[in-house]
Design a binder for this molecule. Sequence first.
Ligand code: ATP
Length: 212
Amino acid sequence: MNNEQLKIPQATAKRLPLYYRFLKNLHASGKQRVSSAELSDAVKVDSATIRRDFSYFGALGKKGYGYNVNYLLSFFRKTLDQDEITEVALVGVGNLGTAFLNYNFTKNNNTKIVMAFDVDKAKVGAKVGGVPVYHLDELEERLHDEISVAILTVPAHVAQAITDRLVKKGIKGILNFTPARLNVPDNIRVHHIDLAIELQSLVYFLKNYPSK
Ligand code: ATP
């Protein structure tokens, strides 16, 4: 993330990877321009929001023309630091952790899980999806300055203690897949994805707001 992006509202910044992925596909299929309506349809964000988001990037769509795909792509590439690979550590090589290691995100963006940790003897020492699994005891020794992000896929009751160690070692961002609410200092960013809650909330909305 560079300074330019700091001026962009957080809600907009969160949508950047979504726009970026779609625009890359458009570019690959040879399209030069795209309208906010087309984008809206593809990324499921309403077109007024898209126009407002894009105005922060200095991209002003022209009526009857739309947006220049190359301009947007070069903006996103710069803003999202796509030329640089962000190295990530994962803690907890259970069912979910194993799935992430096998998937490893490389198709869609430049983040890469480079090491994993667990306490289970059966998992430590192995490679999963090409990624080495180390014992949690080696966390401090193995983590290095290039790794600023961690994914947590451990049982909830150990999440806070592991978080404290990650923060102490200099991790700046945590993607938390455990149900635990994590306490971290203000300069650390936690994104919480509780899949059970998301699913429950989807079912609730389907039941209570069936038409939309
Ligand atoms: P599995 O079926 O492999 O146990 P799971 O996702 O259902 O997977 P969980 O109990 O959620 O199992 O544990 C996820 C992973 O976290 C497991 O691989 C477990 O060994 C690991 N784990 C448990 N405690 C710790 C810890 N303190 N530090 C690191 N990893 C841990």
